[in-house]
Design a protein around this ligand. Structure first.
Ligand SMILES: [Ca+2]
Ligand SMILES: [Ca+2]
Length: 378
């Protein structure tokens, strides 16, 4: 009797091990594209990834369209989507399943030559897509398809996404457009042969814009939408209300560009911070909520640990009206009635002149809109 039970047990364990080892591998380098989400992702094995891609003809058509539009109308037949190198990941959050697709796209010959000796431009450009899976119908709805790590006339752009997680349900998704401004350098024949990027105080200067799409507002279809004046071509849900987010220039880390990006201020992780890169070390953050804000919650500084907190600048006052406490690594609640924040003075860091903000959130319409916060009564 015991023998049979033991045998069943070992078959069961062997099956579990087999499933674990053959189905999935880790997704470490996704940090570059999706610094918040990659930790929660599991990568599908190649056959399953290929099956997912090939079973989705409409998606492939949209990817081809993005690839052709990013060429800016010029003929670059060597610029191709490498479907064979497609990677597919899934992410389970709050009983919901999301599917991420990363498709490498070869650079055209001019770009490939120009980026050859840079340590900051990726070898490929990419197309990044996000699906939300409906468990009941076993269907995946496409939410976004965006090019990322691509060049336009004056920028290197990294499009990234962040799912805002509430306590019991997910609240929405933010699309961040991160830009490194550069100038072209040319050889004696006036051929483009490289880049020089913009710096402030000898450090690369990143620009970022965000759009926060709330799931409650979600429309049922996505359609191609091009925003006037912007060089990228992104598929996103049409008629889905969004909250625009703007912030001061940030510290663009060359090997890992989004390490100090704006997504860090909304990831509900005190260990990651948005870090400015401005002439005066001050910064502003504008979240265009469009309804009355009751209060704000902030975690000040580089709150990963006390040493890093002390080494870097912290925010001292907001709009000259509200003061933040120093040496406080947890949430501070501010009775400000606006989500447009100008940080007007700082506590100086002992080592760096970088002003950091670990978290920010706003309370309006009866909830914290960038994820739920447990407020302890003092
Ligand atoms: Ca954070
Ligand atoms: Ca600074």
């Amino acid at each position: 009797m015991n023998k049979i039970v033991n045998m069943r047990k070992s078959i069961f364990i062997a099956l579990i091990l087999l499933c674990l080892s053959s189905a999935f591998t880790e997704a470490a380098d996704m940090e570059y594209f999706l610094p918040t989400e990659y930790q929660l992702m599991t990568e599908l094995y190649k056959n399953d990834a290929q099956g997912f891609i090939k079973g989705n003809a409409d998606f492939l058509k949209k990817c081809e369209y993005i690839n052709s539009r990013v060429l800016s109308g010029r003929e670059y037949p060597e610029q191709k989507i490498l479907y064979d190198n497609a990677r597919v990941f899934f992410e389970n959050v709050n009983y919901e399943k999301y599917i991420w697709v990363l498709l490498p796209v070869t650079r055209n010959n001019d770009e490939a030559e120009a980026v050859k000796n840079t340590d900051w431009a990726t070898e490929f450009q990419y197309i990044l897509a996000l699906f939300k899976h409906r468990q009941k119908e076993n269907k995946s709805d496409l939410l976004f398809i965006a090019p990322t790590c691509f060049f336009d006339a004056v920028h290197f752009t990294i499009n990234t996404f962040e799912i805002i997680k509430g306590k019991n349900k997910n609240k929405g998704v933010i699309h961040f457009r991160n830009l490194l401004r550069y100038d072209l350098t040319c050889d004696s024949n006036n051929h483009w042969n490289g880049f020089s990027y913009r710096k402030t105080k000898e450090q690369a200067e990143g620009y970022v814009m965000g759009d926060y799409y709330l799931f409650d507002e979600k429309s049922s279809t996505i359609e191609f939408e091009k925003e006037d004046g912007l060089p990228d071509f992104i598929y996103r849900p049409k008629n889905w209300n969004k909250i625009p987010i703007n912030a001061s220039a940030f510290l663009w880390e060359m090997k890992n560009p989004l390490k100090y990006g704006l997504q860090n201020a909304f990831d509900q992780n005190p260990a990651t911070s948005f870090v400015e890169n401005t002439e005066n070390d001050l910064m502003s953050l504008d979240v265009w909520i469009g309804e009355s804000v009751e209060k704000a919650a902030l975690i000040n500084g580089y709150a990963k640990n006390t040493d890093l907190y002390k080494a870097n600048n912290r925010i001292k006052s907001i709009s000259a009206h509200f003061d933040l406490k120093d040496d406080e690594l947890g949430y501070q609640f501010i009775p400000c009635k606006s989500s447009n924040l100008a940080f007007t003075s700082i506590y100086g860091g002992s080592k760096y002149s970088d002003t950091c903000l670990a978290e920010v959130n706003f309370f309006c319409g009866g909830e914290w809109i960038f994820g739920d916060i447990e407020e302890v009564n003092e």
